[in-house]
Design a protein around this ligand. Structure first.
Ligand code: HEC
Length: 141
């Protein structure tokens, strides 16, 4: 009998606790599905940090300089067009969100030019380009 009468109270406490948690979680970037997707595409698929993040002398990424641009640690073995450095992309300083979404889907900059190698000309679909851009914009300091 005792368990039955206290059950509604228990359910009530659990429900309000979980809705409180959901509310505070919704305010953190880490649980926004678009940002989670963008972070995954940047870190695990596009591997943008390989070129755009500086490393320390042990070859490890420097967390405070994540995607803040870096000289490339490698170069071509034959003469070819080449950019020896990757610009900062944290906060996407050089493009609006709309321009960057087009760039990541087509490889075309706002002025119609294309990036020099080794920047890959990505062909993300619209949704993934939006997610990558949302994540990069969220890195604004
Ligand atoms: C293999 C190296 C490499 C990788 C991987 C790479 N980039 Fe780049 N990226 C570059 C280089 C080098 C440039 C500069 C190209 C130039 O000067 O024309 C560049 C340029 C850019 C620019 C253009 C900046 C501007 O204003 O012109 C953006 C945006 C960008 N990269 C985003 C990304 C994103 C997002 C990813 C991952 C999804 C990524 N890059 C992965 C090397 C790389």
């Amino acid at each position: 009998m005792r368990t039955i009468t206290s059950l509604p109270l228990f359910v009530c406490v659990v429900l309000s606790a979980s809705s409180l948690m959901a509310n505070s979680a919704a305010n953190t970037a880490a649980t926004d599905p678009l940002l989670t997707r963008g972070k995954y595409l940047v870190q695990n698929v596009g591997l943008c940090a390989d070129c755009h993040s500086p490393r320390n002398e042990r070859g490890e990424f420097i967390p405070e300089l994540w995607l803040e641009g870096a000289p490339l640690p490698f170069a071509p073995t034959v003469p070819m067009p080449w950019s020896p450095a990757a610009p900062p992309i944290a906060g996407l300083p050089s493009m609006t969100e709309e321009q960057a979404i087009v760039f990541l889907q087509s490889g075309t900059r706002p002025d119609g030019s294309r990036p020099l190698p080794p920047m890959p000309e990505y062909r993300f679909d619209a949704e993934d380009a939006r997610a990558v851009v949302a994540y990069l914009k969220s890195l604004t300091k």
